[in-house]
Each structure stands twice: as C-alpha cells, then as structure tokens.
Design a protein around this ligand. Structure first.
Ligand code: MRU
Length: 347
C-alpha cells in the first residue's frame, strides 16, 4: 500500500493515505476530501515525517481549492492564500510543509495571467504529483549515496521513523539501510521506541520486519548501553529541518543520541532530501520547535501513567548541533564535514 496516493482529477479527486496512528495493529487507508481533514491528518500524525507532510500538504492545496469560485480570479487567489495559511498552521517544525505550500503558490502565481482557473487547478495537481515523484527519486538517491557509509557496520541504531511511511516510499535514514541491505550487506538495526508516540517501535520496526531486516526495539534510555556493549557502529536518523550551518531539528531524543554517540566515538549520520534544508536560517536556534499536548505524555494509548495535575513538557523535536554530526546525506551527495560552507557547496 502506498503511504499516500491521489485518486481522481483536480476538480473532484481525493487524497488516500495510510493512517499511521493505527499501525502496527492495522494497516488501513483513509480518504481525505476536505482541507480540514488534511489538516487534521497532519496534526494528529496520521501522515507524518517531514517529506510525507510536504506531499500531503501539496495535495491538500488541490483539495482546498476545489470549493473556490472559478468565475472570480480575485476570490480564487484569496482562497488560495487562506488554504496555504491554514495548512501551514498544522505543524511548525518540518520545513517540507512550507516548502511544498510555497511551490504550489508559485505555480498558481506564475500561471495567473496566462491560464484559466481550471487549468491552474490542474497545474496544482500536477505539481503535487511532481513533488511526490521527486521525493521518490530523492529517497532512492539518498539510499545509494549513504549505503557505502555502512560498509564496516554490522549494527546500526536509528530513532523515530524515517522510512517509507515518512516519505513517498523508501525513506531517508531507512533508505540508507534498505539500500545497503539490497547490496547484500547484513545489518542488525536497533530501533529506539521513540516516546511519546512510539514511531520507532510501531513504524520503523514494522517497516524493517516487512523487508526482512533484523530489528531489535529498545527503550530510548537503552541506547547508551547498546553502544557501550559494542552492538552498533553507526547511528543514522532523518531530519525535519536543517539550518544553513548544518544544525538538525529531528524527533525529540535525537540530540541526546548524538551526544551519547560522540561519547562512544560512533559516527552519527543524518539523511534528508534538500527539501528539508532551510538555508534562510543561520542556525538551529531559529528552528521553531513544536510543543505538543501533555496528554501524549500523561497517557499511553488511553492509560494514565502520570498523576493528575502534574506538569508536563512535551517538545516534539530537538536540535542537534552540526559539530556532533559526522555527515549529512542528501540526494545530491554526502556533506562531510558538516560546515556552513559544505552545506552551501552541495545543497
Ligand atoms: O513527529 P513526526 O513523526 O512527524 O517526526 C518525524 C521525524 O522526526 C522523522 O525522524 C523525520 O521527519 C524524518 S522523516 C524522513
């Protein structure tokens, strides 16, 4: 089943996607037919992972414009801006969301004078399809570039889910593992469970098992011990936003993993497409960090684990400074060393 797929034309079509909140118990597809449903699916992590969020938002623009008045250019373009602002308010950290919405705005504005509104709506669907297909290609290229980095590795640790579910279909961090595996490399993957929403336990373990790759799920707090025991020779994660100096925002817990990897002299790699780089930001301090509901910490799938009235702090992401990252892997190649200059040279 595809992580996301479009059904129909631009005028009446809809977005189908795997509801990732139901995995691993059930792999079911839901169909989204309103901008509100797309917003909710992104907010609630039914679709998640930076590239997949961008793809969903690009298709969400097509859906959000289906109700626009196609007899009035001014009102059509004013709805376009409203839909962009609305979808942009779903989650703040993954830059792919804003990048995809901006691409859609540029397509509409470029055609404003020369095409009918129906043609522009079709062009929005074409652009969403292009973003989707480009992501597929980028993920494959990331896998090819990164696989060689695992040549002397038998155990690798990853955090959260940066696999096919987080992208068009092959992943970023997991693409490197998939690609090495396809080359015949035998790898054992340690997947952090990734509290509070367990993307590692629920999604990464599911994807690796489906592909026949050995996987062991560990509590997040077990990572240092796994390194101390010599079980892993590399750590690889995805990213939600990368600043111009190479600082990386990724799922909460990534920063402490990078610190622990440095303490054990284990290389820490980050894999992400260029659509995840935000060169307008000097460094990671400027990346907005999403704060999520305390209920994600106080309750585990409906069961209360924290006493009533106790305060909770629940940032969804953290920032890993560039100096802790051995290399960034993107579809254009490997950024090593991770410096402002090298990011500028390659991205
Ligand atoms: O909150 P999520 O599940 O959307 O967070 C996702 C991550 O942090 C991933 O590691 C990151 O987006 C990379 S996805 C290829």
């Amino acid at each position: 089943m595809d992580t996301l797929r479009w059904i129909g034309d631009s005028a009446t079509g809809k977005l189908a996607l795997i509801d990732q909140t139901r995995l691993p118990g059930e792999c079911i597809e839901i169909e989204l037919q309103t901008a509100e449903q797309v917003w909710e699916a992104i907010k609630m992590l039914r679709v998640r992972g930076a590239p997949a969020i961008g793809i969903a938002a690009a298709y969400g623009m097509v859906i959000g414009m289906q109700s626009a008045d196609s007899d009035d250019v001014g009102s059509w373009f004013s709805q376009l801006e409203k839909v962009i602002d609305y979808l942009a308010s779903s989650r703040p950290t993954a830059v792919n969301l804003f990048w995809a919405l901006d691409r859609q705005r540029q397509v509409a504005e470029r055609l404003r004078k020369s095409q009918s509104l129906e043609e522009i709506a079709t062009a929005l669907l074409d652009e969403a399809g292009a973003i989707h297909e480009e992501d597929r290609q980028m993920c494959r290229a990331i896998g090819r570039h990164g696989a060689g980095l695992l040549a002397n590795t038998s155990g690798v640790l990853t955090h959260c889910n940066a696999g096919g579910l987080a992208t068009a279909d092959y992943g970023t961090a997991l693409a490197v593992i998939f690609s090495a595996h396809e080359d015949g490399k035998k790898l054992h993957v340690y997947a952090d469970e990734t509290r509070p929403l367990l993307q590692g336990a629920r999604l990464t373990a599911w994807e690796l098992k489906q592909r026949g790759i050995d996987v062991t799920v560990i509590c997040d707090s077990t990572a240092a011990q796994v390194m101390r025991e010599g079980r892993v020779q590399a750590v690889i994660t995805g990213a939600d936003r990368i600043a111009a100096n190479g600082d990386v925002a990724n799922k909460i817990g990534t920063y402490q993993l990078a610190l622990v990897a440095a303490a054990h002299e284990i290389p820490f790699y980050v894999a992400a497409p260029t659509s995840t780089f935000d060169l307008s930001l000097e460094n990671g301090n400027q990346i907005p960090i999403e704060q999520r509901n305390s209920g994600e910490v106080t309750h585990i799938f409906g069961y209360q684990t924290v006493p009533d009235g106790v305060d909770v702090y629940n940032p969804a992401f953290d920032v890993t400074p560039a100096h802790l990252i051995r290399a960034l892997i993107c579809e254009k190649g490997i950024i090593d060393p991770v410096t402002r200059q090298e990011v500028k040279n390659i991205v």
